[in-house]
Design a protein around this ligand. Structure first.
Ligand code: KIV
Length: 274
């Protein structure tokens, strides 16, 4: 690879660059991260987008849903990630209850996240129903990524984590919402757990990038939760999840080996002390 091409590849990823990637058919990679050390590894590996997802509520804090995580906690995770990342575009989720009420509350939550974390942009769940909040945040110059389909912050309304928009009426609303978000000025949309055919239709009708999770291969990029794809979480194996490692096994065996070494006084050895 020429130096000029490598410099180009190493440039900071921007929202504009994601749109260019869609235009030339280059798929966008996106993964969650919540802390400094993992964000550093993921960024250095070449990820395009790092999402400080409110899935931190589940995988970092051990909650059953994403609802309990607070704005302060998301800011903590966002700050930690931002200290590590040099290249990837960093998106922070606005958590449940910080933008749905009214647009004044939404803009104050958004400004806090941007000021305190230095993140690049925000992600909000929902379509027409959060229109005013999206407009207000965009008007402050903050780029917004939408999120439609299975929106975990609405789990109590859905009642289950099954595939969304299988029925015609819900599919029609999703398509309309996607168009609304694009017209408002969102720079990208995440589509979660919807039929691949519908996701591909959204991606072909919209000019902004569509990033899928459980939404098939006809979209412009893919996102996964880091703990799931690295095999740290257990008891969660939806069809769309590909596990790229079994870190649960690696970590458990390393920890057990350490315990054994301590118990039999093999650790520390002579070279490992002062
Ligand atoms: O919070 C999160 O991790 C997300 C992804 C599932 C897209 O929103």
């Amino acid at each position: 690879m020429s130096v000029a091409k490598r410099d180009l590849e190493n440039r900071k990823v921007t929202t504009h660059r994601l749109i260019e990637m869609k235009q030339r058919g280059e798929k966008i990679s996106m993964l969650t991260a919540y802390d400094y050390s993992m964000a550093k590894l993921i960024d250095e590996a070449g990820m395009d987008v790092i999402l400080v997802g409110d899935s931190a509520s589940n995988v970092m804090a051990g909650n059953v849903t994403t609802l309990p995580i607070t704005l302060d906690q998301m800011i903590y995770h966002g700050k930690s990630v931002m200290k590590a990342v040099k290249r990837a575009l960093v998106v922070v989720d606005l958590p449940f209850g910080t933008y749905q009420g009214n647009s004044r509350e939404a803009i104050s939550s958004a400004i806090r996240v941007m000021k305190e974390t230095h993140a690049d942009c925000l992600k909000l769940e929902g379509g027409a129903e959060i229109k005013e909040s999206v407009v207000r945040i965009l008007s402050a110059g903050i780029p917004v990524m939408g999120h439609l389909g299975l929106t975990p912050q609405s789990i109590n309304k859905f009642g289950t984590y099954t595939v969304r928009a299988k029925e015609e009426e819900e599919a029609k609303k999703l398509l309309e919402d996607a168009h609304i978000l694009e017209e408002l000025g969102c720079f990208a949309i995440v589509l979660e757990k919807i039929p691949a055919k519908l996701a591909a239709k959204v991606a072909s009708e919209l000019t902004i990038p569509i990033i899928g999770i459980g939404a098939g291969n006809g979209v412009d990029g893919q996102v996964l939760v880091m703990h799931d794809m690295l095999g740290i979480t257990e008891g969660f194996s939806p069809r769309f999840l590909r596990r790229y490692a079994n870190l649960k096994e690696v970590i458990t065996s390393a920890v057990q080996e350490y315990i054994e070494d301590v118990k039999r006084q093999d650790f520390p050895n002579e070279k490992e002390q002062y």
